[in-house]
Design a protein around this ligand. Structure first.
Ligand code: KIV
Length: 262
């Protein structure tokens, strides 16, 4: 699915997106019906053990995007890569360079957070042939300003601001926008009022699609249970059982058998 096909799905079939940070899970996702993949800067937390996404940098995002693109070889998944914290807030030249590195690493589009101060740069990226996905609501790169991972757009002024920013992102040329942790009513209104697909995470059922962090939806992120998350597999339990079974068989010397030996 390319960016244009992704856009055409608005109001037709809901779009599915998951994060992915490495080649082997990309290869696995390539064999599923999931539409698109995000190399999210959440990799700083999930893969590198940081407590926020702020430590992600362009080199890190580039390396993981390259790995995911290799894993997706021959598949038709739309691959979006996050521009990390501050990489698109210095000047136009630096932003273009960062976005260019993601595209050369194999991404089909980049995602960046917020509207204020980004609109001119988004238009320039789009004019340079780089499709841009916006991200509004809970924008994790601003976590210290937001005071934590909290629902955004709860009061009328914030509701109006986020709605207006979605319209601005559309006007600047974004092909889609992620809405993270906003009231369902706000996500529904934005989805109705703009022509580009909205992809929700903690934004209720009325967006044009949904995105989840792969490890979260597979139940691999033990103890992480926000209201919006549904786990589609008990991944951590299954993995621990397999590891304990392996350990037991090794200790009992029942693995490997003659059949498993040369
Ligand atoms: O980095 C990320 O994983 C994201 C999604 C949560 C949308 O931005």
């Amino acid at each position: 699915m390319n960016v244009l096909e992704f856009q055409k799905q608005k109001s037709k079939t809901k779009l599915s997106m998951v994060t992915c940070y490495d080649a082997w899970s990309a290869k696995l996702i390539a064999g599923t019906s999931v539409d698109s993949i995000l190399v999210g800067d959440s990799l700083a937390m999930v893969m590198h053990g940081h407590s926020t996404t702020l430590p992600a940098n362009v080199a890190m995002m580039e390396l993981h995007t390259q790995a995911v693109a290799r894993g997706l070889a021959g598949s038709n998944k739309l691959l979006v890569a996050d521009l990390p914290f501050i990489s698109y807030r210095q000047d136009l030249k630096t932003s273009v360079r960062a976005a260019g590195r993601m595209m050369k690493a194999g991404a089909h589009a980049v995602k960046l957070e917020g509207a204020k101060g980004n609109l001119e740069m988004i238009a320039h990226l789009v004019d340079s042939g780089i499709p841009v996905m916006g991200h509004l609501g809970l924008t994790p790169q601003s976590i210290h300003q937001l005071g934590g991972f909290k629902v955004q757009g709860n009061n009328p002024a914030e509701f109006e601001r986020i709605h207006h920013e979605a319209e601005q992102l559309e006007k600047a040329g974004c092909f889609s926008v992620v809405l993270e942790c906003v009231p369902s009513a706000l996500a529904a209104k934005i989805t109705q009022d703009i022509k580009i697909p909205t992809i929700g995470i903690g934004a209720g059922p009325d967006t044009d699609g949904q995105v989840l962090v792969l490890q979260d939806m597979l139940g691999l992120n033990e103890g992480f249970k926000p209201k919006f998350l549904r786990t589609f597999m008990s991944g951590a339990e299954l993995m621990k059982k397999a590891l304990n079974d392996y350990d037991t068989e090794v200790k009992k010397a029942t693995f490997p058998t003659a059949k498993e030996s040369y």
